[in-house]
Design a protein. Structure first.
Lengths: 354, 337, 359
């Protein structure tokens, strides 16, 4: 049972970091992106057990629904689930990057709300939707940069910094808007003015493209490899010529930008903006990432696992409606799934070590 | 053995930090005495302590957990679950209050035990385990009450512990708060358990090589956390006079804020109980002082976040400065004459 | 290895060399500071109840007013009316409320106001039993207490400013739903959260009205939306897809009405309607599009206005128990029923009148 030390610069730990190096080394080899190509198909299934098991759990849930309540598979319901999943998926991608680099970001929900409200206000002031959207994404990136500067620059612990920024942004927004919707937006705002079908298609296509880009980028771009390296062992990465502070900073900026995109794609579904939007999205995103195989200890996790994770968690609420189950079990179910997924992972790695 | 210059300068840094926090508290008190109506009164002093009892107790018990490098996000939800179960045991189970109290604490310890089991047996990161139990406990509380049920009309003798005043001015929950504070302080600063928590926080492998039963010690902190969360639930129900599933929402983050403000490193290994108490006081005085100064509640949230960042940033800068100074003095010591 | 077992625990191996020294130092510092605090506290003045009005000739009333929570747009217009009344009467109005979801936060703020010493407290109650504890304490200290928008226990307050009884709200909602359904069919309710006390009361009266007057109408589902418009949208879509016979959505929290209406609009179903409790401004477009035949509320500005007038009157002793009528500024004379000051009945906004309102 190991607890990884998150601060490699602690002075009395000089010996520790080299033993860390050995431990990290083995995990890097086993889980590096290049690894699976050298292994057989069967072995890769074992390695990616978590990702497959999530997909399996999702499949099982869908099977139950298909038998008991086939109405779940209506086009409008599937579209609704996809629409709900879009912002969670994008935020989860960003948060996965953060978690892989061995940090955490619980301020994503507040960033989401700030970007949404900013978008709404700009559109209200007659900015074109796309330009306002760009500004919202930029705002998200700025929020991320603020987090990143404190975390990478001053080396403050990420959970505390993002806790503080989460509270500050959320309360500040609440003070400013007092809960009032941003209304009276021009017709060209909803669905980018493309009409419902066109807009939904545009949103889905954009999400899929972005997701594929992120997955591809993490796997094949050296920047992606740097994130894994920094998450595995920042000291080793530094010795290898990577600059952990810079990587961490940009990871937060990218996560913030992805949150901004998520806010944009979510806001255009409606005709007005609720400043309470995005409440709880960071927990959903972190849960999806973890359930989907991204290890909270950093340095490990395939991003494509996030997709079944998101779908699984997003399907719970409508599944309860279709299965006619009482709604108050939603939270308990979510908690159970998270614990089961994480326990299975822990049991597997305990078995591997022992 | 000549003093290690790094140790001396780091100790000065830590010393400076907690003094910094005490200065912040003093500054708050001075400002609010001017702007707040009736802030500088004996009643208010006791009210501040009284209203911060539940979060204070949670922060106190969070300190050893954070010392070991872990975290417990489920204490607020545990509070809600315990409150609801207490009400259920008393109203629907017909148990007399003392028995229901004992049962609630047992449930709290069991919940902490669940966390402990997953963290120690399966080696899972505490953040994720307690994130899962955070949802699970709250969900159970909502499920048990179907969200609607609200347990009220507790006997006056029980409600006294949350609403009554001893000798006319000491709030009845203060003795419990003081007891927990003294207990946790002794645990962390005087017993071998406390020393082992720090050791585990610095390096679990090193601690286990030094012969510390890491799993048992971790299990101990999480179980205690669960039991104390149950105690906080009992005080909460007595103070508010009702037990509902949404009790204690958000308390875990407030507790963590207090602990981190108090100087504990979230990575583990450093932290003091008196620092945590200072942190609790700083946040509570800020909140109450702003209300007494007729300022809106949002300001409390914004300022707490800002204060947390400012205090952490200044701590980091101080450490950098003293490290630089230590390197300079080391260089001058080792430089050839 | 065995010889090392006791090492750390017996203190022979100093696990944290610098901490021991530091803890001594900061304990000393802390000790001095806490002594300082205690000394300053002991030497402090006792609670001053009239702190606000020291030195002024006519006693200015200080009133503390609390909405249910501060993130809800409904209370923005209440505040507007309240501040208008406060300016009229020359009252100092403190407006604050919980921003945390924790239900005990209302209690904390009320207890802090007791320490501050205000003349009258007016609360829109979130938790009936919970807040009564704090309100009773306020009354013991001589502070006048009224409730507005939703009530506490009757012995905890002097008056309730009632815009509409929960019975009135529940019955009106069910009547409007029945009218939209044509007397029979299925409907579903979207509420904010399962724990919200006032919504549970409304649901009780909705069910009572349904079983008494509209037995042909059945409730198919009840889902919470956590007071979020986006979630209400998702829940409404799921309900419509899972229960094709549901022809009416009843949204009883203000973000849920536009959320559900948007869901109906995007589903393309012309046979489904939405009624609910919400702000006119949020729902104008859906009422125009005939998705939402009626939105029920009351004049929230007047509610705030009346609350302040009544609170100040109670504080000055002008409004006493047993009064039958109460004159509230520009609202004229209003009925007082027992300890309820009545603003009036729930107001139904529909296509004919919604454009006249701006809140």
């Amino acid at each position: 049972m190991t607890k990884e030390n998150r601060n490699p610069k602690q002075k009395p730990q000089a010996e520790k970091s080299s033993s860390n190096l050995e431990l990290r080394h083995s995990s890097v080899i086993r889980h590096s992106p290049a690894g699976p190509k050298l292994l057989s198909k069967g072995r890769s299934f074992v390695i990616y057990f978590r990702e497959w098991s999530v997909a399996f759990a999702l499949f099982a849930l869908l099977l139950v629904l298909a038998v008991v309540a086939p109405g779940f598979f209506q086009k409008s319901q599937l579209l609704s689930i996809c629409s709900t999943a879009v912002p969670v998926l994008l935020v989860a991608c960003g948060i996965s990057l953060v978690i892989i680099s061995r940090q955490i970001d619980i301020s994503a929900g507040s960033q989401f709300a700030v970007c949404s409200v900013l978008l709404g206000l700009l559109v209200q002031a007659h900015w074109p939707t796309l330009l306002a959207g760009l500004m919202a994404i930029l705002a998200g990136a700025c929020c991320g940069a603020f987090n990143g500067a404190l975390i990478a620059g001053l080396r403050l612990p990420s959970i505390v910094v993002t806790l503080a920024t989460m509270a500050t942004w959320r309360e500040g927004l609440r003070w400013w808007r007092q809960g009032e919707f941003v209304r009276d937006l021009p017709e060209s705002f909803q669905w980018f003015g493309l009409g419902q079908a066109g807009g939904q298609a545009a949103v889905l296509v954009t999400t899929v493209v972005l997701f594929v880009l992120v997955v591809f980028g993490m796997k094949h771009f050296s920047a992606g490899r740097f994130v894994y390296a920094v998450g595995s062992d920042a000291e080793a990465a530094r010795l290898a010529g990577i600059r952990p502070a810079r990587v961490t900073f940009w990871v937060f900026v990218v996560a913030g930008a992805l949150t901004g995109v998520a806010a944009l794609l979510n806001a255009v579904r409606f005709a007005d903006v609720d400043p309470k939007t995005g409440t709880g999205i960071e927990l959903q995103a972190i849960a999806s990432a973890v359930v989907g195989g991204v290890a909270i200890s950093g340095g490990r996790g395939k991003l494509w696992g996030v997709l079944p994770g998101v779908l699984l968690l997003v399907c719970i609420a409508p599944a309860l409606v279709f299965l006619k189950l009482p709604p108050q079990w939603e939270k308990a179910l979510q908690g159970c799934i998270i614990l089961l997924a994480v326990a299975a992972d822990g049991w597997r790695s305990a078995r591997e070590k022992g | 053995m000549s003093t290690n210059p790094t140790a001396a300068s780091t100790s000065r840094a830590i010393l400076r930090f907690e003094t910094l926090l005490a200065l912040v508290l003093l500054l708050e008190i001075l400002i609010f005495s001017k702007t707040g109506v009736n802030f500088a009164s004996r009643e208010n002093l006791f009210e501040v302590l009284r209203l911060s009892t539940e979060i204070g107790v949670l922060a106190l018990v969070m300190t050893p957990i954070i010392l070991t490098g872990g975290i417990d996000l489920s204490v607020g939800s545990m509070l809600g679950l315990c409150a609801v179960l207490f009400g259920k045991m008393w109203r629907d189970g017909g148990l007399p209050i003392p028995l229901a109290l004992a049962g609630t604490v047992a449930v709290g310890a069991a919940g902490g035990g669940l966390n402990a089991l997953l963290i120690t047996r399966l080696g899972l990161p505490p953040l994720i385990v307690t994130l899962g139990s955070f949802s699970l406990f709250r969900g159970l509380a909502e499920g048990i009450t179907r969200g609607v049920d609200n347990f009220t009309n507790f006997p006056k003798s029980y409600l006294f512990f949350g609403q009554g005043y001893l000798f006319g001015f000491i709030p009845a929950q203060l003795p419990a708060f003081a007891l927990v504070a003294v207990g946790v302080w002794l645990l962390v600063h005087r017993t071998i358990f406390g020393r082992s928590f720090r050791a585990i926080g610095f390096s679990p492998e090193g601690a286990s090589y030094a012969g510390i039963p890491v799993a048992k010690r971790l299990a101990l902190v999480y179980v205690i956390a669960g039991a104390i969360a149950a105690l906080a639930a009992l005080i909460y129900v007595a103070r508010v006079g009702q037990a509902k599933a949404d009790a204690g929402t958000g308390y875990e983050l407030l507790a963590i804020t207090a602990v981190v403000l108090g100087g504990a490193s979230i990575f583990g290994g450093t932290g003091t109980v008196h620092g945590t108490l200072l942190g609790v006081l700083v946040v509570a005085v800020l909140k109450i002082g702003l209300t007494l100064s007729d300022q809106p509640s949002e300001l409390a949230g914004i300022l707490t976040g800002g204060l947390l960042l400012a205090v952490l940033a200044s701590e980091a800068l101080l450490k950098k400065l003293s490290a630089r100074r230590a390197r300079a003095s080391q260089a001058s010591v080792s430089a050839p004459t | 290895m065995r010889h090392r077992i006791c090492a750390a625990e017996c203190g022979l191996v100093d696990v944290q060399p610098f901490d021991a020294r530091a803890s001594k130092g900061c304990r000393a510092a802390f000790g001095w500071f806490s002594i300082l605090l205690l000394v300053s506290a002991a030497g402090c003045t006792k609670l001053d109840k009239n702190a606000d009005t020291k030195g002024s000739e006519t006693k200015q009333i200080t009133m503390a007013m609390m909405p249910k929570s501060k993130g809800n747009a409904y209370f923005i217009s209440c505040r507007k009316g309240a501040e208008e009344a406060a300016k009229e009467l020359g009252t100092k109005l403190i407006w604050d409320g919980p921003t945390d979801p924790d239900p005990a936060r209302q209690n904390e703020i009320v207890e802090t106001w007791i320490t501050r010493g205000v003349d009258v407290i007016a609360v829109a109650v979130e938790n009936r039993e919970g807040i009564s504890t704090a309100l009773r304490k306020a009354r013991e200290k001589g502070i006048k207490v009224i409730t507005w928008d939703s009530d506490a226990q009757p012995d905890a307050r002097d008056f309730l400013i009632n815009q509409a009884t929960p019975e009135g709200i529940g019955f009106t909602l069910m009547d409007e739903a029945a009218r939209a359904l044509g007397g029979k069919g299925q409907f579903a309710i979207i509420t904010a959260s399962l724990t919200a006390a006032n919504m549970n009361e409304w649901q009780k009266f909705i069910e009572q009205r349904r079983s008494e007057k509209y037995p042909e109408i059945k409730m198919a589902a009840l889902r919470p939306c956590d007071d979020l418009k986006d979630k209400a949208f998702a829940e409404a879509t799921a309900i419509l897809n899972a229960n094709p016979e549901v022809k009416l959505l009843m949204a009883i929290c203000s973000p849920a009405v536009p959320g559900a209406s948007e869901a109906v609009k995007q589903s393309g179903r012309k046979d489904v309607k939405v009624v609910g409790l919400g702000l006119p401004n949020d729902n104008k477009r859906y009422v125009r599009d005939e998705i939402t035949p009626s939105v029920i509320l009351w004049n929230t500005e007047n509610l705030g206005y009346l609350s302040v007038h009544a609170a100040v009157a109670v504080a000055r002793g002008e409004l006493k128990p047993g009064a039958m009528r109460f004159k509230a500024g520009r609202l004229g004379e209003l009925e007082v029923k027992g300890d309820n000051v009545l603003l009036g009945k729930p107001f139904v906004f529909n296509k004919e009148n919604i454009e006249q309102f701006n809140f």
